[in-house]
Design a protein around this ligand. Structure first.
Ligand code: ZN
Length: 409
């Protein structure tokens, strides 16, 4: 057995665990050290540190304090790693914990986080997914069952001071363009709820006040939420500080491209088995400023899809110029309308698009004025025929269950 270098107790507050942190800052001390070539396991909390429960109310999703997240395991120091190197991470395996074989999907309230379709789904919803070996299904969404494409939503190395300053500066400038927007354009540093690992006293307060929030993906990787960065992948990370400082968390049992409902994956506590090695001076050698990776040799094998097209014309009929975000939103809305004809509620359909191994593609970005995006819905995840036929859709889903929903307070 590889050694488990970071253990978590799901019954304990993550703030009491010094090998957990919730901000990016170069002063966060390494939680553990390893040698290049070593393999090891890290346990992780779910991204909210246990705030969301396995029950039938969405109140916890509505009320969650998003200034606390994400709870990450690390940083892992790699001996000999120096700025300019590439840290090579083999994700040998990723899994759910035996004492926590379930995950959650949340649609966040527009007033607390929002999501890709927040104008259409402004209230908090939640679905709970049971994990049975390599498969998952939800008591809140009948008719679907699929294999997990298990991956960490968030993995990356510590920034140096210069990089951190750059992040805070550019994100602060964006926030300043519309500081009162709900949801916010970005999340500025916030010291009060920061967990800085082993850092204590004045040094902790100083770093917490500037530590970058973990929400966006950045040059170091971070919260990329790439479903294909799954167990069996090999990732090459830019190194900015001595020891690299690799942290991981926000494990997903499965996720569709875009993670569209914000907490759009099946979020779970779990463990990661990794191996690390170094390419000295690799950033300059390969011209790398953002991570690159190789996919897993083993992924769920869904071959048949219904593919929904979307163009960059918004819900009000307004023409936008080659806007891929609007085009993908239209593809998602088209898929939801279609799935509703089989009996699903809009929230159930939204949740399926967030959790199932749905593919999103940027199909065309040159045919002015419309970008074209496509959403690929795997048909084999349904236990009924979801294809169009001459007879019309058969209502397969009776609405005796739906996602728990909570009104805003
Ligand atoms: Zn996540």
């Amino acid at each position: 057995m590889p050694e488990t270098l970071i253990k978590v107790d799901l019954a304990q507050s993550p703030y009491q665990n010094e090998k957990i942190h919730t901000r990016w800052h170069p002063d966060i001390p390494m939680a553990v050290w390893v040698n290049p070539g070593e393999d090891f396991r890290l346990e992780t909390y779910d991204w909210t540190g246990g705030a969301i429960k396995n029950d039938d109310s969405a109140d916890d999703v509505r009320d969650v304090d998003l200034s606390t997240v994400h709870f990450l395991s690390g940083p892992v120091g790699v001996k000999g790693a120096q700025p300019g190197d590439l840290l090579v991470v083999d994700l040998l395996d990723v899994g759910a914990r035996d004492d926590s074989l379930w995950g959650f999907n949340g649609v966040f309230s527009k007033k607390n986080g929002g999501g890709f379709l927040t104008e259409h789904f402004p209230l908090a919803h939640k679905s709970i997914w049971d994990i049975q070996g390599m498969f998952t299904h939800s008591r809140h969404i009948p008719g679907v069952n699929f294999a997990g494409l298990i991956h960490p939503g968030l993995i990356g190395c510590l920034p140096d001071h210069k990089m951190l300053e750059k992040w805070n500066e550019r994100e602060g400038a964006l926030i300043a363009t519309d500081p009162d927007r709900v949801p916010g354009l970005a999340n500025p540093p916030y010291g009060a709820t920061a967990h800085m690992g082993k850092l204590k006293g004045d040094a902790k307060e100083a770093a917490a006040a500037k530590g970058a929030r973990t929400v966006p993906p950045r040059e170091h990787g971070g919260n990329c939420d790439i479903k294909d960065l799954s167990r069996g992948s090999k990732i090459y990370f830019p190194v900015y500080v001595d020891g690299a400082g690799l942290s991981v968390g926000d494990l997903h049992f499965s996720q569709g491209d875009g993670e569209i409902s914000f907490c759009g994956a099946i979020e779970m506590a779990g463990w990661v088995h990794m191996k690390v090695s170094l390419i000295k001076g690799g950033m300059a050698k390969y011209g790398i400023t953002n991570p690159i990776f190789k996919p897993s040799p083993i992924t769920p094998n869904y071959r048949d899809y219904l593919i929904f097209e979307g163009i960059s014309v918004d819900e009000q009929g307004k023409q936008h110029y080659l806007d891929v975000t609007i085009a993908y939103r239209q593809a998602c809305l088209n898929a939801i309308e279609y799935m509703k004809k089989f009996g699903y509620s809009g929230a159930q359909a939204y949740s399926i698009l967030g959790t199932a191994p749905v593919q999103g593609h940027i199909s065309g970005v040159v045919d002015v004025p419309n970008a074209c995006a496509t959403l690929w819905l795997p048909t084999e995840i349904f236990d009924f025929d979801i294809n169009p036929t001459a007879e019309g859709p058969v209502k397969m889903i009776t609405r005796d269950v739906d996602l728990p929903m909570s009104q805003d307070k």
